[in-house]
Design a protein around this ligand. Structure first.
Ligand SMILES: Nc1ncnc2c1ncn2[C@@H]1O[C@H](COP(=O)(O)OP(=O)(O)OP(=O)(O)O)[C@@H](O)[C@H]1O
Ligand SMILES: [Mg+2]
Length: 341
C-alpha cells in the first residue's frame, strides 16, 4: 500500500554476499518495536533465498527469539556458552525445519548478563565471527546498554526498528546518538583529554549542539584525530525500518526522521522501507510461528521480501528479484508446508 519503496541502489552485491559473511544487528532503542519479529522473518526469508543463516538472540536481559520458532524452552542456549558449560558457540546451535536456518537462543537463568564483562564480550564476538554462515542476524534488546551498542557497532549492517509513535522515534534517535558516542569512545578513550571531551559533550545536556560540533572539537583538541572522527560518522550507515505503519503520512515522518538524524547526528541513515501494522503478526506470535510462514502472501510478508531486496539480496537460484518480489510468496508458501509437518 502507500507508496513504492525507495529505489535504493543495492548495498550488497551477490558476489560480496557469497564471499563474505555478513553480521546484521537489529536494534531500535524502544521496547516492543518489532525487533524480534523482524529478525526472525528476515532470517526465514534469507534462508528461503538460499543463504545459510544463524539467528542469535542477543537480548541478554529478555531473550525470547526461540518463541518465534515454537520452542518454549530451548535445549541449549547462549548462556551455556557464556557460563563456560560448552567451549564453542557452535555447540549451542539449534536446527530449525529449514536446513539453512539455525538458532542460538538466549537463556534467562544468569542474572547480570546484560552487563557482560569485556573479556567475555570479546570471546563472544570472536566466536560469532567464526560461525559458519552467510548471514548472522543478532536480535538486540531495547535500550542503550553497552552490550547492545557494542554489537550494533561491530556489525556490518545495523538495522534500527522504529514505530511511528514519537516515543519510538525519540528512543531510536537516542540509540543512534549513543552508538556514535560509543564509537568515538572506543576509538579515542585512550587519550584522556578526548575521553573527557566526549563524555562532557554527551552529558552536558547541550541539545542544540550537533555531532559535527563534537567532530570539530575533537579536531581542535588533537588535529590528527579530526579526520578519524569524521570518518567514524561517515562510515556509520544504519538502516531504518519503520514497523507497525498504519497511515500514509507516517511514511513521510520516516523521511523527516532520517533528515533529523543526518542534520543533528551527521549520520546518513538509509530508509530501507516500512512494514505495515497487521493483527496477523500478533496471531503468528501467539502460534509461536514466524509470520512469513503463517501468512506468506500478506502485505506484511511482501514488505519483508521487499526489505530484503532493498538490501540488495539476490535469490541464490535467481527465481525472484526486486522487480518480481511478489513471486517469492509462492516459494514461501511451499516452505510453510514443510514447517507444518
Ligand atoms: N507489523 C506489526 N503489526 C502488528 N503487530 C506487530 C508488528 N510487528 C510486531 N508486532 C507485535 O508487537 C509485539 C512486539 O514485537 P517484538 O517482540 O518483535 O518486539 P521487540 O522490539 O523485539 O520487543 P522487545 O524490546 O521486548 O524485545 C509483538 O506482540 C508482535 O507481535
Ligand atoms: Mg525482542
Amino acid at each position: 500500500m502507500f507508496k513504492k519503496l525507495p529505489s535504493t541502489s543495492p548495498t550488497i552485491t551477490l558476489k560480496q554476499v557469497q564471499l563474505e559473511k555478513k553480521i546484521w544487528a537489529v536494534a531500535g532503542g524502544k521496547g516492543g518495536t518489532g525487533k524480534t519479529m523482524i529478525t526472525s522473518n528476515l532470517g526465514v526469508g534469507l534462508a528461503i533465498l538460499g543463504y545459510k543463516v544463524i539467528l542469535i538472540d542477543g537480548d541478554l536481559g529478555g531473550a525470547d527469539l526461540h518463541l518465534s520458532f515454537g520452542m518454549p524452552v530451548p535445549k541449549r542456549n547462549l548462556n551455556d556458552f557464556l557460563a563456560g558449560r560448552v567451549s564453542s558457540l557452535h555447540d549451542v546451535l539449534l536446527p530449525t525445519q529449514n536446513a539453512n536456518l539455525s538458532l542460538i537462543c538466549g537463556g534467562s537463568e544468569l542474572i547480570g548478563l546484560a552487563n557482560l564483562p569485556y573479556q567475555r564480550k570479546e570471546k563472544l564476538k570472536r566466536h560469532i565471527n567464526q560461525l559458519d554462515a552467510d548471514f548472522i542476524l543478532v536480535d538486540l534488546g531495547a535500550g542503550t546498554a553497552y552490550n547492545t551498542l557494542d554489537f550494533f557497532v561491530i556489525s556490518n549492517e545495523g538495522f534500527i526498528i522504529c514505530n511511528p509513535e514519537p516515543q519510538a522515534k525519540i528512543d531510536a534517535y537516542s540509540f543512534v546518538k549513543n552508538a556514535v558516542y560509543r564509537r568515538f569512545l572506543q576509538t579515542f578513550a585512550r587519550n584522556t583529554l578526548l575521553k573527557d571531551l566526549i563524555i562532557n559533550f554527551g552529558n552536558n545536556g547541550q541539545r542544540a549542539l550537533k555531532i559535527r560540533d563534537l567532530v570539530n572539537r575533537i579536531g581542535d583538541a588533537v588535529p590528527d584525530y579530526g579526520d578519524k572522527a569524521q570518518e567514524i560518522v561517515d562510515t556509520f550507515r544504519p538502516k531504518l525500518i519503520m514497523n507497525k505503519v498504519r497511515k500514509k503520512r507516517q511514511l513521510e515522518d520516516a523521511d523527516r526522521f532520517c533528515y533529523l538524524v543526518r542534520e543533528y547526528l551527521s549520520v546518513h541513515m538509509q530508509y530501507l522501507g516500512h512494514i505495515e501494522y497487521d493483527e496477523g503478526v500478533v496471531d503468528a506470535c501467539e502460534k509461536m510461528r514466524p509470520f512469513l510462514l503463517d501468512q506468506p502472501t500478506s502485505k506484511v510478508s511482501l514488505n519483508i521480501y521487499n526489505t530484503l531486496f532493498n538490501m540488495g539480496i539476490q535469490d541464490r537460484q535467481l527465481r525472484y528479484d526486486r522487480k518480481t518480489y511478489k513471486k517469492m510468496a509462492k516459494g514461501v508458501k511451499l516452505e510453510s508446508k514443510l514447517w507444518k509437518e
